[in-house]
Design a protein. Structure first.
Length: 239
C-alpha cells in the first residue's frame, strides 16, 4: 500500500470514529454532538473514494462504475441529512434514489470486471441464495407500514438484493487465492450493507429502537470499507 493511500485510510478511520462517537453520544442524550454527525458524514464517501483511486495499480474504464457507486453513496448520505419538518420525506426519497443508483452502479462494476459471466462459478449460487432468503423475510416486515412508499421500498430491496447477489460473481476458479480473498471481503461488505439498510428501514417504517443510528452507521461504514478493500484486493491481487 502506498503511503498516500495509507494516510487516506487513517483519515477515513478517524473521521468514521468521530462520526460513530457522535452517534453514540446523541443516543445518550448529548444533543450538542449532533454537529459532529453532520460535519463528518459528508466526508466519509469522498475519503473512501480518494483511498480507492489512490490504491489502484491501474485505473481503467472498468473501474468508473465503482467510482460512480461511491459518488451516489455520498449523495445518499447528504440527502438523508435534509431536515423533514413537514414530513414530506423529501430527503428519504432522494436518499433512497441515490443509494438505489449506487447499487446499480456496483452491479455494473462487478459484471463488467468479470467480463460478463465468463468466469462466474456455478457454486456462487449457493452464496447468493441467503440474500434471496433475507430479502424475502425483510420485505414483508419493512413494507407493512410504508404506505405510499411501498413500491419505492420494494424496488430498493430488490435492487440491493441483486447487488448482494452480484458480489458472488467475483469468486473466481481455483488458483486465484488473492482474488478469492478480495471476493470474500467484498461479499461480507455486501452483507453489512444489507444489515445497515434493514436497521434503517426498521427505524423509519416499523419502530424506533435505541442505538439504531449507531448500528446503521457502523454497519454502513464497515460495509462500504469492506466493499472498497475487497475490490482493491480483487483488482490488484493485494493491497
Amino acid at each position: 500500500m502506498e503511503i498516500a493511500s495509507l494516510i487516506l485510510l487513517i483519515i477515513f478511520a478517524f473521521v468514521s470514529f468521530i462520526h460513530l462517537l457522535g452517534e453514540l453520544l446523541v443516543d445518550f442524550g448529548k444533543d450538542q454532538f449532533v454537529l459532529a454527525r453532520f460535519i463528518t458524514k459528508p466526508l466519509l464517501m469522498p475519503l473512501l473514494l480518494a483511498f480507492f483511486v489512490s490504491s489502484l495499480l491501474n485505473f481503467s474504464v472498468y473501474e468508473v462504475w465503482f467510482v460512480i457507486a461511491l459518488v451516489f453513496g455520498f449523495l445518499g448520505d447528504v440527502f438523508l441529512m435534509i431536515p423533514d419538518p413537514d414530513k414530506k420525506l423529501l430527503g428519504l426519497k432522494l436518499g433512497l434514489s441515490a443509494f438505489l443508483l449506487g447499487h446499480i452502479s456496483y452491479i455494473v462494476a462487478f459484471i463488467i470486471n468479470v467480463r460478463g459471466f465468463i468466469l462466474w462459478q456455478w457454486w456462487g449460487m449457493f452464496l447468493a441464495l441467503p440474500f434471496v432468503g433475507a430479502a424475502s423475510i425483510a420485505h414483508p416486515y419493512i413494507t407493512k407500514n410504508t404506505g405510499k412508499m411501498t413500491k419505492a421500498v420494494t424496488a430498493y430491496i430488490f435492487i440491493i438484493c441483486l447487488m448482494c447477489i452480484s458480489s458472488t460473481f467475483l469468486f473466481l476458479p481455483k488458483g486465484w487465492p488473492n482474488y478469492q480473498l478480495g471476493a470474500i471481503i467484498l461479499y461480507l461488505g455486501a452483507w453489512l450493507f444489507a444489515v445497515s439498510d434493514f436497521s434503517n428501514g426498521i427505524r423509519r417504517f416499523v419502530k424506533k429502537f435505541r442505538y439504531e443510528r449507531l448500528v446503521t452507521m457502523f454497519s454502513y461504514i464497515s460495509s462500504q470499507l469492506l466493499i472498497v478493500l475487497g475490490f482493491i484486493i480483487w483488482l490488484n491481487g493485494s493491497l
